[in-house]
Every structure is written in structure tokens, then in C-alpha cells.
Design a protein around this ligand. Sequence first.
Ligand code: HEM
Length: 478
Amino acid sequence: MLSAFFEKKMAVIVSWIAELVWEIFQISGLTIQTFLVFCVVFLLAYVLLKRHKNLPPYPAGRVPVLGHLLALGREPPLKLTAWRRQYGDVFTVRMGMEDVVVLNGYTAVKDALVDRSELFASRPPNYLLDAIVGCGKEIVSARWGPEFKQRRKFATAALKNLGMKVGTGSIEESIREEANCLRNRIAEYEGQAFNISSDLGVSVGNITCSMAFGKRYDYGDETFCGLLEAVMNVIAELGAGQIISVFPLLRFVPGINRAFMEVLKQNSKIHEVLWDEIARHRENFDNENPRDFIDFCLLELEQQEKVSGLTEENVMYMAQDLFFAGTETSTNTLLWSLLFMTLNPDIQQKVHEVLDTVVGKSLPALSHRSQLPYVNACLMETMRIRHIAPLIIPHATTDTVRVQEYDIPEGTLPGIPGDQPRESQLPGVIIHAKKIADTLEYSESEFQKAAECKKQLPESKYWEESHKNLLRVCGLID
Ligand code: HEM
């Protein structure tokens, strides 16, 4: 009886798959003959290429076509951590048809992202990401090469000019002003419960906006809230839609392509705002006096000195990068830290006390930071356990690279997963603040202890325990 039921179900599933495949053939214009030729060529290439590879070991659970996608389960970072325990710091995961070499641990990650960073500095083609950033017309997802290097050098110089530096002319003052606006905004709620995410998003977004557009927006501004919401939505759906990057043909399959369609819709809203801003800047552009990032770009468009072949499209995509990279990251990090503070009132109390003592009623400044090791440790711990971009911006090797006893071919994706010892967990932070990697030591046994706590305790308790470990390492408690 039961087996008849399953047979019936299987028949339905098989006929559904056959219909689906047929539909894909029709939409993509493929014939069965072309498909079979493609399969044979693919298998031959696979067998021939495989022989020459000296890649790190593959964990168990790899199946044809899907690779490890099923084995990775619903929580890929956790599965990657489990595989690390079993296979060591370097292993290969097959994402659909693509090999991703996963690097774990301080030594391997520092080697890839700091010591030999140029060899790991490219980005692989990624259908979904490429669809929103014009196939690498900007910085974050651009392939390694002269164009990317020129654009990045130019953008870094422009941002430094606009205050992204420490010392005279720093953006610190605008950040303090923005913090003051947020403080006043919170005071308006007069102690009533409210959801801080939108106001916090506007404050963080305004800092990016002051550099990119040379202006700030009010909390209720519809255009700005719409822009920030669209940025958040694109980033949220990027994760959900990654299956399209692995199998781009699935973008034609209704239902499965939902996240992809949503990304495109939200992305076009962002483009609209950015194009409007570029047009507004053109109207009162003074090449003697560039005011913000867009003006610096317009000047370069005129002069064509530092970035050969820079187009207005590049400018729009680079400005988009600033919003993607600068708003969601900082907003979500701050939201996580607020949540952890709420869940750990004793730690919140201590943070409050030290802030009252060191900062008092004035606004916090960068110069206070050295006197706030406890607050610093809390923020770092939040970033360690709540890595906001665990797998989303892949790297690709620029040449064949030897890692341990393995040879990683050019174009392979090195992946750096989330749940790692503190120093190696945050690739972005290692790049933004290399010192983190150099100044703090965190022993493997401490990490094991924290990882054990994580397994046994609910999230807030885990944070408390691992937080204590961090404070111990920093010499702040016994
Ligand atoms: C909590 C805050 C932030 C976090 C956690 C974070 C994290 C990251 C990560 C993980 C990457 C990828 C690094 C890699 O591929 O190796 C990255 C790249 C980048 N971030 Fe951040 N980020 C933050 C804030 C910002 C801000 C405020 C900006 C600028 C306004 C920014 C601009 C960029 C840019 C331009 C890149 C691309 C760099 C390149 O490809 O060379 N980020 N960030």
C-alpha cells in the first residue's frame, strides 16, 4: 500500500521534472541533440581536467551536477565548520559545477587575504551579482586587471579626499553630527518602544550619502527611505537567489526565479535614484570645486586622466557600490550589537557605565576609542559571531597558487566561511584594519571552548560566554 503510494508520487515527480526540462529547452532554444552533445563534451572535459588537478580534498556528499549543494544543507557556514574539523583547514567544496577551495584558520586566511592578496584578488563571474553591477563595471565585483586597479585607486583617493581618513579633514565630524541627529530622533520617542532599524539605517546611509551625494536626508524622506529599503532588499534576496548563479538557466523557471526577479526590480529602483543624482550634479557642476564622490567622478569623466575609458555607467555602478558596501554592513552590525546588548543586560550596564565615564554627555569621538577597550571588545565580538557577509562576495585566484601541498588553478574560488577563530573570521575587517590580525592572539583552545558553548547554550548565552573569552584574551578580566 505504502510502496504503491510512493511509486505514484515518484511518477508525478518524474513527469514534473520531464515537463520542466522540456520547458527549459523550449525557452532557451536548446534541442535534445545539442543537449546530449553538450553532456558528452562536458563529461569528457570533466574526466580530462580532473586528472590534472591537485586540489585539496573534497568532503563526502558530492553528487553529479549538484556537487555539495545538498550536503551543505540549510546552514552552509555550520556545515563548513563541521567539514573543517573533519578535513582540516583547506578543503574543496563543489558548488554545482564549480570548485570552491575553502580556507579556514588564521594562517590560511591571512596568507590569502593579506600576505599574497594579489594572487587571490580577482572576482569570479557570478550571474546574480553580475546582473546587478553591470558585470563588474564597478569595484566590488570587478575582475582583477588594469581597469579594476585604476578604478579602485581613483575611488580610494576620492574617498580620502572626502574624509575617509584619520586626522585633519576626516569625516569624523559628519559622523558625530549624524550621531547627534540620531540621539535627538530617539529622544523624540520619549521612552516609548519603537523599531530603531529604519532610523539607524537612515543615519548610517546619510554618512555614505554625504560622501557620495554631498547631502543628508531627513528621517522621513521618502526617496531616501525607498533607496535604503531597496538596498536592503537586494542584499537579502541576493542570498536567496544564489541558486541562479549556480544554474543560470533556472532564471526562466517561475517560482525558483522569484528572488532573482525581485533583485532586478529593487535594483532598478536604486539605479533610478542614482541616475537622477548624476543628472542633478551635472546641472550645477563646477570642475574647480568637486563637492562629493559624484563630482570627483564627473571631473574624471571630463579629464580621462586616472581611469582610462571611464564612462557614466561606471560612475553610477561605483556610487551603487558605496551604498551596497557602506550601508547594509554597518547598519546590520549595529543592529546586531543592539540586540545582543538587549539580551545581555549586565553587559549593557557595564558598557553604559564606561561610556558615561569616558564620553559623558558629549558625543563620542575616535580619540575616546583607546579608553574604551570594553566597548571595543563588545563590537568586535558582535562582528565575529555575526559575520554579515559570510559567503556572499567570492574571490577568485589570479594565477595558479600553491596552498599547503595543493595547487589551486587560476580562476578558482577561495571561500572563507564564517564560524572561525576571531582573527580570521572577518575578511573585510582584516582588509580594513589589518592590525586586528596582528595585535590579538586567540588560542584555538579558547575558540573550541566558545564553540562548545555555542552548541550547548542559546544564542545570547553563547555570546556572553564567548564575549568573556574575548575579554580574557584582551586582558580585561581574569
Ligand atoms: C561593519 C561594516 C563593514 C563590514 C563588516 C564590511 C565588510 C566587507 C567585506 C566582507 C568585504 C569583502 C572583502 C573581500 O572581498 O575580501 C568588503 C569589501 C568592501 N567594502 Fe566593506 N564592510 C563594512 C563597511 C564598509 C563601508 C562603510 C564602506 C564604504 C563606504 C565599505 C566599502 C567596501 C568596498 C568598496 C569593498 C570592496 C573592496 C574591493 O573589492 O577591493 N565597507 N567589506
